[in-house]
Design a protein around this ligand. Structure first.
Ligand code: AP5
Length: 226
């Protein structure tokens, strides 16, 4: 086992769109001082900034497909080198293909790290469409909300930062969510067996309420950081 007292721990959250990867990653970040690295967020930032990578990613993301491994890897590699990742990272939405998993192994080997734990968030497909279609976030701080499952305590005011401006993602509609689920099953779900074979897989029932899922996820992380 890698010594997580001297090398940053690496956690991976695996799960289809709407499974709660982003919701739980942000909670684990606060509880354990880890850093959430969401390739979806990094790609959306590249799209918003109009970089070359962002221009290539935009149409693919809006159709619900997967951006090329080359673009995703370049973006993630840069971010993993930032000093704030010292205690450990939670990879949210990466790896998503066998090629990305192998590239991650190579990247970690070069810094004496390894994948410490992969948490597979198990859900049924159909309810994920409603989770994704009802989602919105605070435009200022990124805190996530949902029309039915998680509303701000005061309507129209972010619980976390007090912001009053909220936004919805361009790919959060029923049609694109269906394409994203298809991509997940074809290209990402096989990674569950890959990491099971490596002895690092944990599974969590992510159909439960957000607090219950958080408890199960924290137990997985504590096993590594204890
Ligand atoms: P990405 O941003 O990673 O999106 P995703 O994987 O489709 O996942 P989501 O963000 O939709 O869902 P989530 O699991 O984070 O759920 P959340 O916590 O928000 O990727 C977007 C696109 O970028 C991809 O389609 C692809 O094009 C591209 N991309 C990204 N990474 C890539 C890669 N590595 N390679 C290639 N392309 C890549 O929860 C959803 C909602 O449900 C929230 O409103 C939440 O409040 C609610 N909720 C959460 N948990 C619960 C619960 N337990 N009960 C009830 N409600 C809940």
């Amino acid at each position: 086992m890698a010594d997580v007292t001297t090398t940053p721990a690496v956690f991976i959250l695996l799960g289809p769109p709407g499974a709660g990867k982003g919701t739980q990653a942000r909670m684990l970040e606060e509880t354990f001082g880890l850093v959430q690295l969401s390739t979806g967020d990094l790609l959306r930032a590249a799209v918003a900034a109009g970089t070359e990578a962002g221009k290539q990613a935009k149409a693919v993301m809006e159709a619900g497909g997967l951006v090329s491994d080359e673009i995703v890897l370049a973006i993630l590699k840069d971010r993993m080198a930032d000093p704030d990742t010292k205690r450990g990272v939670i990879l949210d939405g990466f790896p998503r293909t066998a090629g990305q998993a192998e590239a991650l192994d190579g990247l970690l080997a070069s810094t004496g790290q390894r994948v410490n734990s992969v948490i597979s968030m198990e859900v049924e497909d159909a309810p994920m469409i409603a989770r994704v279609a009802g989602r919105y976030t605070c435009a200022a701080c990124g805190e996530g909300y949902h029309d039915a499952f998680k509303q701000p305590a005061t309507a129209g005011v972010c619980d976390k930062c007090g912001g009053a401006d909220f936004k919805r993602r361009a790919d959060d509609n029923a049609e694109t969510a269906g394409a994203r689920l298809t991509a997940y099953h074809a290209q990402t779900a096989p990674l569950i067996a890959y990491y099971k074979g490596r002895g690092v897989l944990e599974t969590v029932d992510a159909m439960a309420d957000i607090a219950s899922v958080a408890g199960a996820m924290q137990a997985c992380v504590k096993q590594v950081l204890a």
